[in-house]
Design a protein around this ligand. Structure first.
Ligand SMILES: Cc1cc2nc3c(=O)[nH]c(=O)nc-3n(C[C@H](O)[C@H](O)[C@H](O)COP(=O)(O)O)c2cc1C
Ligand code: SF4
Length: 437
């Protein structure tokens, strides 16, 4: 029904199915950034879009790319590729037809920042797509929005219609010779559809399987035409950079982790919500001051979705909001969603869930991903039923094989949180695992 259900709401599933209104927990949305690029109201009316579009459609395309390069904006969808470079490569691709794709599949557990932008800042996202189209020489964009976000689809659809009726989308935008139109494609709930090549296959009506890269979408993407695929937050940030100036963005954080980032805190925090935060901010401050601490005893957090690391509570004091810092410490910041793991939650159960997730959600295209996920799940099935213990050497070999041999990061990165748990919570698993085999 488009509402956001979480935590103990599952206990009220009968009432929800009957269409009764149940009391939901309040989620906050607030910017704590030095300069807000994502949550301000600089692009909340059609008049503001008109004013800024006429300004940027008469700006040299190379200057727009330079602003993005100078800002040090990197993709917010997980892979972290520099956005200015992506637009630059695509602008140089030789083709009559090109596409802009907005990746709004947001499948990461605990993530609702793209949803916030689609529903509360839709014009920022659409403006980013239009400007991208202008820069790369495209006349068509597609928003791939997950079907579980009906309110986002409604909000974006309404804005597209409004932009069209104001000549801000369609033929000869604002009297220029630039044409650009937008369509929505509704995702059907498969996590792999967030991976850019599977997403392209899904839009084309093919089975959502991952493709080997290269060629990358910037040279051969949707319908084999040069395509920029960007995450929702990346497109909104590109807009924020153009409106506020690249220096303001690059002056926050550092070269590889610049600007601001949306962070989602789950309902185990006293102040659950989505917050815009300066890169480089200590995680302790994010969790304790902004998040207000925890409602119950927490032992770890899975940060960055199911493929992100499992960070023990004790490590939070050592980390800042920084992509490279997380990676160097063996974790992954990714899209920056936070799922809390309560003290009494079994880590064997958690690993079982991760393997089950990749077994269910993988596209099945590559051998290490398809088989590895199932073999891992079987090991933990047996441990759960107490029919066999898990041989540690075999488990480690399986994890390394998946890391090294998988075609994409779904089954290829699921070993990250599992290895984190083995490293930091090995004691909890000692009854399920045998060291010598
Ligand atoms: C399994 C998997 C799921 C992904 N899901 C998403 C997603 O839901 N949203 C997203 O923007 N990127 C997702 N990505 C990353 C995309 O493949 C791609 O890197 C991203 O959309 C590029 O946009 P950006 O450069 O703006 O980050 C996923 C990647 C993998 C491997
Ligand atoms: S790693 Fe998993 S999701 Fe990715 S291509 Fe292989 S089977 Fe498909």
């Amino acid at each position: 029904d488009g509402e956001n259900y979480a935590g103990k709401d599952i206990e009220k599933i009968d009432q929800i199915l009957k269409g009764e209104n149940i009391k939901q927990e309040k989620f906050h949305s607030k910017s704590y950034a030095t300069t807000s690029f994502l949550m301000d109201d600089k692009l909340s009316t059609i008049d503001q879009v008109k004013e800024n579009l006429s300004k940027f459609l008469s700006t040299d395309k190379k200057d727009i790319i330079k602003s993005l390069l100078d800002s040090n904006l990197t993709g917010r969808g997980g892979a972290g590729f520099p956005t200015g470079m992506k637009w630059d490569f695509c602008s140089k691709a030789n083709s009559e037809k090109k596409y802009v794709v907005c990746n709004a599949d947001e499948g990461d557990s605990g993530a609702f920042s793209d949803r916030y932008l689609l529903e509360d800042q839709p014009l920022k996202v659409l403006f980013g797509m239009i400007i991208c189209g202008y820069v790369i020489g495209s006349d068509e964009g597609v928003l791939y929005i997950r079907g579980e976000y009906p309110k986002s689809i409604e909000a974006i659809n309404g804005c597209i219609n409004e932009l069209k009726s104001n000549n801000l989308l369609g033929e000869n935008i604002l009297g220029s010779n630039f044409n650009f139109d937008l369509n929505i494609c509704i995702g059907q709930g498969a996590y792999i559809c967030g991976e850019e090549t599977a997403l392209i296959a899904s839009i084309e009506g093919r089975r959502a399987e991952v493709d080997v890269r290269p060629p990358f979408p910037v040279t051969e993407g949707l319908y084999k035409k040069p395509t920029v695929v960007n995450n929702v937050e990346t497109l909104a940030a590109a807009t924020g950079i153009l409106l506020n100036g690249s220096e303001k963005f690059s002056s926050i954080g550092n070269k590889k982790s610049a600007g601001t980032k949306l962070v989602c805190l789950d309902s185990f925090f006293n102040n659950p919500g989505v917050y815009e935060i300066d890169m480089g901010t200590p995680m302790k401050k994010v969790f304790e001051e902004i998040g207000g601490g925890y409602k119950e005893e927490i032992k770890a957090f899975q940060i960055g979705g199911p493929l992100g690391g499992v960070v023990p509570l004790s490590k939070i004091d050592e980390l800042n909001l920084d992509f490279q810092e997380f990676t160097s410490a063996g974790f992954m910041l990714g899209h920056a969603s936070v799922v809390s793991i309560p003290k009494d939650f079994s880590m064997a159960e958690y690993i079982h869930h991760l393997f089950e997730f990749s077994a269910e959600e993988s596209c099945g295209k590559c051998f290490p991903g398809r088989l590895g996920s199932y073999r891992g799940k079987e090991m933990f099935d047996q441990a759960k039923k107490k029919t066999a213990k898990i041989p540690l050497k075999l488990l480690n070999e399986l994890l390394v094989t998946m890391q090294k041999g998988c075609l994409c990061a779904l089954c290829g990165a699921i070993p990250t949180p599992i290895m984190n748990i083995l490293k930091y919570f090995g004691d909890e698993l000692k009854d399920d695992i045998v060291k010598d085999n």
